[in-house]
Design a binder for this molecule. Structure first.
Ligand SMILES: [Zn+2]
Length: 232
């Protein structure tokens, strides 16, 4: 496992925390700003002060990225009539009735009917159930194409990650993926499935992802841009 160091940089008196991942393959310092925060990839033996110094030269860019990511968030949800929600990349409009119903959520065209005294949890349960159904189906489809055995698929409330794969070969997915377009959901499906063969993010892993999904880079990028908007 590569070492993971933590460092902090101050930009206009605001702390920006970041992780540094060391790699003997790297010759330069690379910075990524996304939903998971600020991550820095650095050469194995570069002194920490040098890494922090290089990152600090990019501080204005990092600060701007952080602001951009925040601005892409959905407006605070209130779970009331007329609000718009993302679902598989399209927008659906909420219609809320507070009288409980045995079928609390139903999607009719572009209208999402919620009939519950607790619209928020009714809506989240509905999203989770749809996520389980759709992600399971996509995993099965890719497994069928590749001739792989179908792994257990679990949909969870993951705070920051889109998915994960453990050594037991269980795939976990963030239910919020169901709000993203299917092509982006598929990227996470393929990414986690590739971990069934290669557990790390080595070049061999990325070659496998590319083999299954040649345009994965574009999808990954699009998901990074859309991602923060899927958190309410
Ligand atoms: Zn991964």
């Amino acid at each position: 496992m590569p070492d993971l160091e933590k460092a902090t940089l101050f930009v206009q008196n605001r702390p920006i925390h970041f992780y540094i991942r060391r790699s003997s393959r790297r010759r330069t310092v690379g910075i990524t700003v996304d939903l998971q925060g600020v991550r820095v990839a650095a050469p194995k033996r570069m002194p920490l002060e040098r890494v922090v110094e290089l990152v600090s030269t990019k501080a204005p860019w990092i600060a701007q990225k952080v602001v951009e990511l925040k601005s892409r968030r959905e407006p605070r949800k209130r779970f009331v009539n007329g609000e718009s929600y993302p679902y598989l990349g399209r927008r659906v409009r909420l219609e809320v009735a507070l009288s409980p119903h045995k079928n609390p959520v139903a999607l009719k065209g572009n209208v999402l009917e919620v009939r519950s005294s607790d619209p928020r949890s009714a809506l989240e349960s509905w999203y989770k159930a749809r996520a389980q159904e759709v992600i399971q189906r996509r995993v099965e489809l890719y497994c069928q194409e590749l001739g792989w055995k179908v792994p257990p698929v679990l949909v969870r409330n993951q705070k920051k990650r889109w998915g994960s794969c453990n050594a037991k070969g269980e795939l976990r997915f963030n239910w919020r993926l169901i709000m993203a377009p299917l092509e982006l959901l598929d990227y996470v499906v393929v990414h986690e499935m590739a971990h069934l063969k290669v557990l790390n993010h080595s070049p061999r892993f990325w070659r496998l992802v590319e083999q299954i999904m040649p345009d994965y880079k574009e999808r990954h990028q699009a998901l990074n841009e859309l991602g923060p908007g899927l958190y309410w």
